[in-house]
Design a protein around this ligand. Sequence first.
Ligand code: HEM
Ligand code: HEM
Length: 205
Amino acid sequence: MTTDTLTAVDTVETIHPGWVRICHWINAFAVLVMIGSGWQIYNASPLFDFVFPRQIALGNWLAGALLWHFAAMWVLVNNGIVYVTLGIATGRFRRKLFPIRPNEVVADLKAAVTFKLAHDDLSHYNAVQKLLYSGVILAGVVIVLSGLSIWKPVQLQELTALFGGYDTARYVHFLAMAAIVGFLVVHVALALIVPKSLRAMITGR
Ligand code: HEM
Ligand code: HEM
């Protein structure tokens, strides 16, 4: 077989190209660090009348958690920029995540809860997947922008003002975290229920 045929075979069978898989796992690692350290930061000055158990918070105390948060932030943002740029430039987002039709979301959701949703073509996302994946990418943009606005509220005051000021930006940041955690619970459960989708996100096919 020539290299050309190999490449052709490769393109036909690959479900997730290498850049998607690399970005996905770097992102998963960075997001977990951001959530764990964020919970510890939250505990130092809770917005609501509960705190997160110490065992699942990262960094031991406020200063330690801030170090983790600001270190993983660079990984998260740079990796996110690569993923979103390639997602748009290669047409992957347009092809795989759009259009999202409300009637298809309702139909696929019904099929999903009655376990009638087909998973034989992993290269095609159903309407619920499209909605959840574009939703979590959007939540990622919101959490980064609100994070920046509470990190540098003086230097980035226009951005902070856009969120309605420092205090509101903190709530927005927290709510975006809650949305991402909610997504993750469903997302990881589904990946374990359909193991071949997990294999495809690791090996590409
Ligand atoms: C560029 C990205 C980010 C920046 C610059 C950033 C910055 C910050 C800052 C400065 C704080 C302290 C807020 C305060 O003192 O009240 C904070 C808190 C927090 N962050 Fe982030 N963050 C980013 C991304 C994330 C991500 C991706 C997550 C989780 C998915 C996250 C979760 C949290 C949580 C839960 C808190 C505690 C909420 C609070 O009590 O205000 N952050 N972040
Ligand atoms: C840590 C555990 C995680 C596991 C086991 C996991 C597993 C997977 C799997 C198996 C797929 C392909 C599923 C499919 O065919 O529908 C996938 C896709 C995806 N995951 Fe995750 N994931 C994890 C974390 C995350 C996190 C933290 C995020 C974002 C906050 C995320 C966002 C996405 C997105 C946006 C896609 C679609 C990617 C694309 O097609 O371009 N995942 N994940």
